[in-house]
Design a protein around this ligand. Structure first.
Ligand SMILES: C[S@@+](CC[C@H](N)C(=O)[O-])C[C@H]1O[C@@H](n2cnc3c(N)ncnc32)[C@H](O)[C@@H]1O
Length: 266
């Protein structure tokens, strides 16, 4: 294990409240995978890691270096990576999520788990050029434009040259926000910098006020590509991802998510 410096907050013992039971997380009968609600209204953790998180798990294991999972929630991806032998810094802004993750991590894997509570990027301090991989799945679209750009620059900074950034995000095509789509198209035509920025999500998703924050920055292909290029990354692949198998409010035309794997140049 390399000596990575992370400023860890003092971790208070919290009651290890379990996430809501599976039955109450299912929003459709015809789905294969559950969504576990977060405790702080930041959406759901995917019970089954998405395709990009799966690639992160494989890569994290191969490199042998330390990796970071931003916005891990209860750590489905982090625990899978630990089980395969990775050294993982698990980050989240909610310590209740991290307490559950710690509790759920098998005892023998805990020496490779490093807990990092704090909002990314502003409250997370990790040594430059120290990580072999970073994952941000279903998390950075909760940041407005300036913070989002700072987050990408920070990921670039903390990765080693050759390290990889695995990114997975909702797009304006997600069915949750179909009522916003015309606004998105209008802003797109006006060449707005952040055409998918919603600061009143509850207007468009009134049935989800208990699970979504007000600000959501849905990212399309152009905006996502630009973010990676501006920050200095080389994009290895970038694709739309369908949320088939998940509840219907996520579906649209197969473009509801974007997945990216990018590299910090050597
Ligand atoms: C929608 S869940 C995603 C969980 C998991 N990554 C997944 O893909 O299933 C978002 C998680 O990110 C956390 N979060 C939101 N904004 C964050 C930020 N700026 N920094 C760190 N964690 C954040 C929330 O507390 C929540 O646990």
């Amino acid at each position: 294990m390399e000596n990575i410096q992370i400023k860890l907050p003092i971790f208070k013992e919290t009651s290890l409240k379990e996430p809501a039971k599976r039955e109450s997380t299912l929003h459709s009968l015809s789905i294969n995978y559950a969504l576990i609600p977060t405790l702080n209204k930041f959406g759901y953790m995917l019970e089954k890691p998405d395709v990009i998180s799966e690639e992160f798990i494989e890569y994290a294991t191969l490199t042998g270096g330390t990796v970071l999972d931003i916005g891990t929630a209860y750590g489905a991806t982090t625990i899978s990576a630990l089980k395969k032998g990775a050294y993982v810094i698990a980050n989240d802004l909610d310590e209740r999520h991290l307490a559950i993750l710690q509790e759920k991590t098998p005892f023998e894997l805990r020496e490779r788990l490093f807990i990092c509570k704090g909002k990314f990027p502003s409250a997370v301090d990790i040594q430059s050029s120290s990580l072999t991989a970073v994952l941000a799945s279903g998390v950075l679209h909760y940041l407005e434009g300036k913070e989002l750009k700072e987050a990408f620059l920070k990921v670039y900074d903390i990765l080693k040259p050759g390290g990889k950034f695995f990114f997975f995000t909702s797009t304006p095509y997600i069915k949750f926000f179909e009522g916003f789509f015309d606004t998105y198209l209008k802003r797109k035509a006006e060449k707005a910098e952040w055409p998918g920025l919603i600061d009143n999500s509850w207007v468009y998703a009134p049935n989800h006020t208990n699970i979504l924050p007000k600000l959501i920055n849905l990212l399309d292909m152009d905006v996502t590509t630009q973010l990676f290029k501006e920050s200095g990354f080389l994009i290895e692949k970038i694709n739309y991802v369908s949320m088939e198998g998940y509840p219907l409010e996520f579906h649209s035309n197969g473009k509801e998510y974007i997945g990216v794997v990018a590299q910090k140049p050597l």
